[in-house]
Design a protein around this ligand. Sequence first.
Ligand SMILES: Nc1nc2c(ncn2[C@@H]2O[C@H](COP(=O)(O)OP(=O)(O)OP(=O)(O)O)[C@@H](O)[C@H]2O)c(=O)[nH]1
Ligand SMILES: [Mg+2]
Length: 304
Amino acid sequence: MAKPAEADKRAGFIALIGAPNVGKSTLLNALVGAKISIVTPKVQTTRTLIRGIAMQGAAQLIFVDTPGIFAPRRRLDRAMVGSAWASTADADLVVLAIDAKKGVKDDDEAILALLGDVRAPKVLVLNKIDLVDKPVLLTLARRLNEKIPFAATFMVSASTGDGVASLKAFLAVHVPLGPWLYPEDQISDAPLRQLAAEITREKLYLRLHQELPYQSTVETEVWKELKDGAVRIEQTIYVERESQRKIVLGKGGQAIKAIGAAARADIAKAIEQPVHLFLHVKVREGWGDDPERYREMGLEFPKE
Ligand SMILES: Nc1nc2c(ncn2[C@@H]2O[C@H](COP(=O)(O)OP(=O)(O)OP(=O)(O)O)[C@@H](O)[C@H]2O)c(=O)[nH]1
Ligand SMILES: [Mg+2]
């Protein structure tokens, strides 16, 4: 494609917000065309702002995936929800994603009530349309547009990709004129260490159940390029209690082995390098109240 003239270039930040589990991260990955943000069937998977960058004609679209917005209880929850709302202040456009299958629930209502205060134009995305019939979608779109003046409404399936191209085309002509902010071939600004920690956290979420995923965090401690072109990565999984450490390890170390194997394969694919992954599991009681852990995650530490 011919290079656009400097004066025709556009660039903008597009915040993807919504209740937990509506498919924001899946949508970010579909829009960028690569796996940037982790996805699981569990709520509250995304913990911090994750940027993914896509080019569309003369426009550079910088998508910001955010933690799901819900009524927070713990300090970590408050930090996550706070970061999601903070993303809307810097955004040129805000995309509100709704799970069309679930419809409008309490968390969505609470978001809608606060969305009026957001200055940026808002775009409504009804996601998971592969799971619902058309008449349901039209009713949902009408009801939501009565509450908030959305600039446009899109019906998509982030999983199948249905409708994603139209959404992207719309966004590309609605971000402001201006120079591109990242090199054209860049698709993320997350450091590799963070990406690798996120991948391991995804495997933890997929493998472990109930409260355990929410009481764990993953940090990359060592990243060493080896002479043979491989990389040695050491990560620590922090949990709250000894009983949780035992579950993460599993009988005869089976659980941690499976988590490590799955994470290693995905990290190697993401960085296109062979990986030797070493996982440590440490009990750090009250890590959810430790400012250092928030710094590692890239979250503000809420005072209470
Ligand atoms: N059928 C279907 N499932 C979807 C679609 N988009 C996302 N999902 C599934 O919904 C679940 C949640 O997806 P995520 O992308 O992690 O949702 P999220 O909004 O980022 O969730 P949090 O980060 O927890 O707020 C996963 O199991 C996805 O595979 C879709 O279009 N159709
Ligand atoms: Mg997410």
